[in-house]
Design a protein around this ligand. Sequence first.
Ligand code: GCB
Length: 592
Amino acid sequence: MLKPLNTVTRELISLDGLWFFALDTSGLAEPWAGPLQTALEAPVPASYNDIFADQAIHDHVGWVWYQRTVRVPRGWKGQRVVIRVDAATHEGAVYVNENPVARHIGGYTPFEADITQLVAPGEEFRLTIGVNNELTNVTIPPGAVYVDSLGRRKQSYRHDFYNYAGLARSVHLYSTPTQHIDDVTVRAGVDEGTGVVDYEVLSHGPALVHVQLQDASGHVVAQSDGGSGVLRVPDAELWRPGAGYLYTLIVQLRAADTIVDEYNVKVGIRSVKVEGDKFLINGEPFYFRGFGKHEDSAIRGRGFDPALLVHDFALMKWAGANSFRTSHYPYAEEFLDYADRHGVVVIDETAAVGLNLAIGGGVHGNALEKSFSPTMFNSETQAAHAQAIRELIARDKNHPSVVMWSIANEPESVEEGARDYFAPLAALTRELDPTRPITYANEHRGTFSSDVVADLVDVLSLNRYYGWYADTGDLRAAEVHLETELRGWQEKFGKPIIITEYGADTLAGLHSILDQPWSEEFQRGLLDVYHRVFDRVDAVIGEQVWNFADFQTKAEITRVDGNRKGVFTRDRRPKDAAHVLRARWTAATARA
Ligand code: GCB
């Protein structure tokens, strides 16, 4: 699915701004059939939950409706007109006047509809988008809707971040010519210094494909005709961590001497490979330093905000980070575009979080029931998960910053059923993208001796909380237990290990001279312990702290206005631990 762009043949209109907004409880039978009767207006992009001073809207379970009018530019005569929704969390339904045009399940990937036949250049139409936030045992992520003792519908879920909903990313109207480029896939690699760029173009109509690869100053370095081919770039300038050099692939559909359609894709030439217990980028061992993040901020919830995007990247750079994981869902495409340009390395994760009855909200419990069973996470869940993988790869396959796919976060990985569930999904990921390693983030019940999934992936991503959920407050025990475990993984698998989560909840401003959980000193002390261990275990090739910043969760007695494992507060001020990371990571950057 191509991101909409302005090119010489395509135009793009942002539909971001204030839309009319109503809950489905407003008694509207068919909200799309006419103007929405409401006094509420909601910003797009933003999650709607924290926008209004209204508990009922915050807690709403079910559909909400967004509506606005849109005028099709009169210059779009003879063009194809498409409406594109970057994300509707978790289900979206789009109506043009009274016509349903698109329906999509999966809250973090885009969808679109060709509405050419329903609209006229120069004229207005009514655009209504329904968004449903319900999660069930067959959605990704999963959840359950139930009716409480007071007869109210409630949503439960096992992931440790608030179920923000709505139109949290942009909506666009765009045009393409009727003969148009449908998709472009680029796979770049390096062959002894020569950049090798495989491309494939899917197009609609008889026009012929011509491609040109330009360097960053606009010089053509290679070109070719035909829907697929290989471009070779001698002495290519590589895309590297910290230096995101990008070429541009200009894809044209040509008929006689005219350009029928044009689309551009940024291309970073780099190779990625796992060899033994090393993760190689351009043939050199890479060490991941960074964070698990969230798209989360006050008021906006998960709403995309370019100010926050640039600020978060600036703070990661300040800390000396070179990478992050899109825990626990695909982030707005703008994150990946930025990471591509700035050489930031990304582990790209699906929204498959919470497939584990033994944990709830990150807190370890006991499963009374099997996670993978016909009545819980079943073949329908697996089909939804497969679709989430397809949509993630379709959207993000061309980003050089993405070096690995994470197919799930902390699924049940000890039960026998886990293997039957995951083996086909791992195979599917490899089939869709043979060029990138795959991983999944493992939780602590899945040890090197009990986990039944780890051999399906290339990199062992471990989320570990010694000193916090285990050995609470006891950093000496944490150090011993962490090291013993990491050595066990190293010896059994011989694969690279990234600690994709480690950290401690910390209330900014709480201090103690003792090993006191929740204090700033404890968070620093815990990071120091982990770092000592990482430096002693060879197979460890990465450390990503949980979390970059404090973030909102559902109401829980183990959470204080959300999860406080941030190294920065929710408004992005550093806790003491941020300085520990900065000292360690900037020194490592200086050595490299
Ligand atoms: C985890 C989860 C993450 C939680 C974290 C915690 O293992 O992957 O989503 O937020 O623990 O803080 O409990």
